[in-house]
Design a binder for this molecule. Structure first.
Ligand code: NDP
Length: 453
């Protein structure tokens, strides 16, 4: 029988042949295969049923044209996608991303990851992802409205509250979700939980906006406490200045930690006094209302701005990459390790390159991968679906309590399956293996139960 390493190589060779030119998808699958294939060695039931092979093939990928008219009357056409990856344990669930870097490969990586993440939340949700290469930056509200209406005019046929429930992601925030839901309602006559992240006055859940960032900090708190430490007094780097970054920063400050950086795709600001309170509110106003650049923060508060750079060379205890995929390279990871970083919480999806993940694990840095660390967003989306189905709304405290509880359970699952890994030093939980194996088992058992489908 081939060694585990050979099995991984063969598996990845086949996947790359079947899915050429999809580097992000290959990367996401490799990270899972590296943990799950060793685990499968004494699990013949999954091996014989070829569960991993089946799990890496999406149920379907839908591609469509999105035609719309810009403010100058020009006709535009963008690509639209929905990748319905796996609905073994519940209706498809996963965000929509509007960004020029969106490709089928990116959405397959995200949909694949989402399947594992949703499984970890303990809620009955399958995995999906969708979006468009449309760039909302610099577009007027009217243009975004027209684009969203055209996008939904295609998407509505493939979604439904028991079928597939999209949400937001990069470039899709409260404004876009409202436009999309408004168009869905107009076309179908149905007011139901078909999309999450809605405004609180029309079916949205309290805490959904904050959930990914808050959840990431709750998860980190669990990680540190499990290893005999805490958040109080820790110096933190956050990248990004969008939804996830804002609420990660907010909760870190609540917990007594100090956030000294935030960024956008142009550069980062370093504020040694800490980005909290009215300074953080200023960033929310800048990014969510005025849609300005992070460099303006440096002018406003008299701190340094570094054009074209990510924040990873600033010394810190904790790092929270919260912008986008592959924003933290192996070199960045080594710089962070040299500067004494204790833990990394991935707020964004797959923000750390493969070499960086390896470096963190080998160095014994507590590394919380996105599947686990940022699952709070989709978890509260799941709670929004529950509230919609029950036709009632829970209080802020109730949702926050459930979010904390879910992040605690995800942590428990990661510890259960990541405690005995040989990829991290003795005494350091391997959260990568824990999240991958924990997420895999639930979906795999459901697939086994269905037979050959
Ligand atoms: P937003 O659109 O609100 O913010 C994204 C932030 O990342 C912005 O500051 C943006 O800067 C920056 N950014 C985007 N692309 C790049 C790039 N190529 N290089 C550097 N910076 C970049 O998105 P979210 O905060 O919602 O999402 C951030 C990450 O978190 C994504 O990976 C997403 O998949 C993940 N995530 C989000 C969840 C959610 O609930 N929103 C749930 C789980 C994961 P700029 O303004 O210049 O573009």
């Amino acid at each position: 029988m081939a060694s585990v390493e050979q099995q991984i190589e063969e598996f990845m060779g086949g996947l790359k042949r079947r899915n050429p030119d999809e580097p992000e998808f290959h990367q996401a699958v490799f990270e899972v295969a590296e943990s799950v294939i060793p685990f499968l060695q004494d699990q013949p039931q999954y091996l014989e049923a070829r569960i991993l092979e089946r799990m890496t093939e999406p149920d379907r990928a839908i591609l469509f044209r999105v035609a719309w008219v810009d403010d100058s009357g020009e006709i535009r056409a963008n690509k639209g996608y929905r990748v319905q990856f796996n609905n073994a344990i519940g209706p498809y669930k996963g965000g929509l991303r509007f960004h020029p870097t969106v490709t089928l490969s990116v959405l397959k990586f995200l949909g694949f990851e989402q399947t594992f993440k949703n499984s970890l939340t303990t809620l009955p949700m399958g995995g999906a992802k969708g979006g468009s290469d449309f760039n909302p930056h610099g577009r007027s509200d009217d243009e975004v409205l027209r684009f969203c209406q055209s996008f939904m005019t295609q998407l509505y046929r493939y979604i439904g509250s028991d079928v597939d429930v999209p949400a937001g992601d990069i470039g899709v925030g409260g404004r876009e979700i409202s436009y999309l839901f408004g168009q869905y309602k107009r076309i179908t006559h149905h007011f139901n939980g078909v999309i999450t992240g809605k405004g609180p006055s029309f079916g949205g859940s309290l805490i959904r906006t904050e959930a990914t960032g808050y959840g990431c900090v709750y998860f980190m708190k669990n990680v540190l406490e499990h290893h005999g430490e805490g958040l109080e007094g820790k110096t933190c780097l956050v990248s990004g200045a969008g939804n996830v970054a804002q609420y990660t920063a907010e909760k870190l400050a609540d917990e007594g930690a100090k956030v000294v950086t935030m960024s956008d795709s142009d550069g980062f600001v370093h504020d040694p006094e800490g980005i909290a309170g009215e300074r953080l509110e200023w960033i929310k106003e800048l990014k969510n209302k005025r849609r300005g650049r992070i460099s303006e923060y440096a002018d406003e508060f008299g701190c340094n701005y570094y054009e074209g750079e990510a924040p990873w060379r600033v010394p810190c205890d904790l790092a929270f990459p919260s912008a986008t995929q592959n924003e933290l390279s192996e070199d960045d990871a080594r710089t962070l390790i040299d500067n004494g970083v204790r833990a990394v919480g991935e707020g964004a999806n797959m923000p750390t390159e493969q070499g960086g993940v390896r470096a963190f694990r080998e160095a014994g840095v507590l590394f919380a991968p996105s599947k686990a660390a940022n699952a709070g967003g989709v978890a509260v989306s799941g709670l929004e679906q529950t509230q919609n189905a029950m036709r009632l709304t829970w209080t802020r405290d109730e949702v926050d309590r459930r979010l904390r509880e879910i992040m605690g359970k995800i942590h428990g699952t990661c510890v259960e399956h990541g405690e005995r890994s040989d990829k991290t030093p003795e005494g350091v939980v391997d959260y990568v293996a824990g999240a991958n194996i924990g997420g895999f088992i639930k979906v795999a058992d459901a697939m086994l139960a269905y037979g050959v489908v």
